[in-house]
Design a protein around this ligand. Structure first.
Ligand SMILES: O=C(O)CCC(=O)C(=O)O
Length: 265
């Protein structure tokens, strides 16, 4: 993580890393997501999806480019600096959203959430928890909608007052910014940041691709249902397999005391 990245991440709570995937990788990812996408009845907020939200899972089984994003150096260079030296990949999925879809309401936005939702800096070292890597498989402009956040809100010590949420966390409102990203970029953001997704406003659907990372010793999502299949593990390197180990830091079994060798696959 270079000084510019550190400055921007600390200031904003998110960072856009360009040129993570090539054009060909983006095309391949979109083609594989299209094959796997299934309609969702409800959005994560419980809105009627009305045919505008689809999701795709089991992406590791589809091979590249999904596997290389588990430990892509341009991404892990940043994550190991802001989360910790040993990482776990908590989940990987795609949401495909069509024009005029319901939003993904704003969530997060203060650092009082203990291990998974925190943000601090001491002696030049950033400490955060659950972190999202959102891959832009298309060129995304602010007018398109999609990922939106309140830059800087990861440092807030206070939750938003409930009576002010509707006004202050409104998409297009006074605080919330839509974030543009070029094709092939990764948007890295801490879940502690106030963020969500504005309704998509482009005729070409948004093929969102998301990875969630945590310290290997911490956990947010249930692991079992998200663990890659045997078919997926068979395609991974030993280093990639370690990202799916159970959560512990040290004093593990004799053959893996510091959680550095693959536990599954
Ligand atoms: O669709 C998006 O970009 C927002 C994703 C999001 O809110 C999350 O991963 O928690």
């Amino acid at each position: 993580m270079n000084e510019r990245q550190k400055y921007l991440f600390d200031l904003q709570g998110y960072l856009v890393i360009e040129d993570v995937l090539s054009e060909a990788d983006c095309d391949l990812a979109i083609a594989k997501i299209k094959e796997r996408a299934r309609p969702m009845e409800k959005t994560p907020d419980g809105y009627d999806a009305n045919g505008t939200w689809h999701s795709a899972a089991g992406l590791y089984e589809a091979g590249e480019p999904f596997l290389k994003l588990i430990d892509h150096p341009a991404i892990t260079d940043v994550l190991t600096e802001i989360i910790g030296s040993h990482l776990r990949c908590e989940s990987c999925y795609s949401f495909v959203r069509h024009r005029d879809c319901p939003p993904f309401e704003m969530h997060g936005g203060h650092r009082g959430g203990r291990v998974n939702f925190r943000y601090d800096v001491h002696n030049g070292q950033i400490y955060t928890g659950l972190t999202v890597v959102s891959i832009a498989l298309q060129n995304i402009s602010e007018a398109d909608g999609g990922f939106a956040c309140v830059p800087g809100s990861h440092k807030s010590d206070f939750p938003i007052p409930p009576e002010d949420r509707r006004e202050l966390f409104a998409f297009g409102g006074p605080l919330v910014r839509n974030i543009a990203a070029p094709r092939g970029a990764a948007i890295v953001f801490t879940e502690t940041l106030a963020h969500g997704a504005a309704s998509w406003q482009n005729d070409e659907p948004r093929y969102g691709l998301f990875y969630k990372f945590n310290d290997r010793a911490a956990i947010y999502h249930a692991q079992e249902p998200r663990r890659p299949s045997a078919e997926a593990f068979a395609q991974m390197t030993e280093s990639q397999k370690c990202y799916f180990n159970l959560a512990y830091q040290a004093f593990g079994p004799a053959e893996n005391p510091r959680n550095e060798v693959p536990q599954f696959g």
